[in-house]
Design a protein around this ligand. Structure first.
Ligand SMILES: [Zn+2]
Length: 471
């Protein structure tokens, strides 16, 4: 081989490896606003007076949409791999503004609120790239667990550290799915929690669901009922508290804050001193109009999602091979189900502040060449539209200025099959373009986006490609 050719070839290899490593994310962070459709994100931005000026609106971000439908609408395996044929996102059906004779409702509203994913099937799609039945936690419709096939397990197999954190119990559907648990049903909280605590691939778990506290962060008396299901049952909780499991249990707000800097234990399970959610389910003072956010005093003894995110990252970032972390604004969905706009605004802003904390960490730790950050939702819930959207189909939210609740109206207490946002920055963000095959013109017009959408399983494919490329 002539020497010149050989040199040229080595140079090419060198250039190629530089290029390929620039495409490989050392760290992958997936942030999910549970139930956060476009209008939930927009409502918070309107309240903040920051429409078009959020972190994810900055240069360097790519914007796509995703459809989220599941394999089928049953709550148990039905034994085949077939997608129910009508479970396909159809822009024509989604935006149909004709009034149905039978229901008296807009046909699009009926379509969107009849066929939708739950958080478990969506989490499985995001975690494994596989569609399944509603309620499945990384479990196939043929009745098998997707063992070793979740992004959490794959990331760990590649040497990365792994964590999941949320504003709801850490054994809830989204953290369970994205944390690589496997269960035939999301409702088996104790089993799921025990699998997560026994999982070799998990290093950080954080959320609510503390059995010793109520939804206002008040300690429960010994004679009051304690619900241990979210932490794996009473025996498991006792074992955790007495240090018999290979986890460092933290509960106090100050412990979360302390973890955000300095040395960290190997495996940390943070169970904030509160019941089902960090803030969303706290009581109301009853002295104000029901719809103004930030009036009821917050639970003072629990961390924000941003604090949790800083703590989790500080625990995970010691690994030279990087980490995978899922951060869920889980209580966004709870506010939607309850049709509580004030709490929606609070929860989505808590999520946005967590995004800001993560972006700030990325910028001070290797920058956007090292970490892929993906923001999305697992589905919409509440079918949130403008204040008269029961009479005006798809009426936009009404801006009432910063610090004021935008004009809005919930049109459902359940989930909707609407497109959800997908924002990404960092290595691998280019990979999304290959998956965006369809376009929703009405979504583009309504939300000022391209309208091009991909499938939620594609988010797994991008994360997997990045984790595999970083070798
Ligand atoms: Zn939900």
């Amino acid at each position: 081989m002539p020497r010149r050719f050989f040199l040229g070839a080595s140079l090419l290899v060198a250039v190629f490896s530089v290029c390929s490593s620039a495409w490989a994310a050392k760290n992958v962070i997936l942030m999910i606003a549970d139930g956060g459709g476009y209008n939930q994100w927009l409502a918070a931005s309107l309240y903040q007076g920051r429409v078009g000026r959020q972190v994810y609106d900055q240069p360097g971000w790519v914007h796509w949409s995703a459809c989220t439908y599941p394999l089928n609408l049953f709550f148990r395996p039905t034994g085949n791999r077939q997608q129910l044929p009508f479970l396909v996102y159809s822009p024509a059906k989604a935006w149909d503004a004709t009034v149905q004779e039978t229901s008296g409702r807009f046909a699009g509203y009926v379509y969107l609120t009849t066929t939708y994913t739950d958080s478990a099937a969506a989490a499985t799609a995001l975690a494994t790239g596989r569609k399944t039945y509603n309620h499945a936690i990384n479990w196939s419709n043929e009745g098998h667990p997707f063992l070793g096939q979740t992004i959490a397990e794959i990331a760990k197999a590649r040497g990365k550290s792994v964590g999941v954190i949320t504003s709801v119990p850490w054994s809830h559907a989204t953290p369970a799915g994205l944390g690589g648990a496997h269960n035939i049903s999301r409702n088996h909280y104790s089993e799921i929690a025990r699998e997560m605590l026994g999982a070799t691939w998990l290093d950080v778990l954080m959320g609510a669901g503390n059995p010793d506290f109520d939804d206002n962060g008040k300690p429960l008396a010994a004679n009051e009922p304690h619900d241990y299901k979210y932490v794996g049952g009473q025996e498991t909780w006792t074992a955790l508290k007495s240090g018999k499991l290979p986890w460092k249990l933290i509960e106090k707000k100050s412990e979360f804050e302390a973890l955000a800097a300095g040395p960290t234990p190997a495996k940390v399970v943070g169970t904030a001193q509160v019941g089902s959610t960090l803030q969303e389910k706290r009581g109301r003072t009853g002295t104000h109009a029901p719809c103004e956010p930030f009036i009821d005093p917050k639970n003072a003894n629990v961390p924000s999602l941003a604090t949790m995110a800083r703590a989790a990252i500080n625990c995970l970032d010691d690994n030279p091979k990087g980490f995978y972390l899922m951060i869920e604004g889980g209580a966004v969905d709870w506010a939607n189900h309850a049709n509580e706009p004030d709490r929606l605004i609070e929860e989505q802003i808590d999520f946005v502040q967590a995004i800001e904390a993560v972006a700030a960490w990325i910028e001070s730790h290797g920058g956007w060449d090292q970490t892929l950050l993906i923001l999305t939702a697992d589905h919409e819930s509440g079918l949130l539209w403008g204040p008269d959207s029961n009479e005006v189909a798809f009426q936009p939210l009404k801006d009432r200025g910063p610090g004021r609740l935008p004009g809005l109206r919930y049109n459902s207490h359940g989930h909707a099959n609407s497109l959800v946002p997908v924002y990404a920055r960092g290595p691998g963000r280019q990979r999304f373009a290959a998956f965006a095959r369809d376009k929703d013109e009405k979504a583009a017009a309504q939300w000022g986006v391209s309208g091009q959408y991909l499938d939620n399983t594609n988010i797994f494919q991008v994360m997997r490609a990045e984790v595999d490329a970083d070798q």
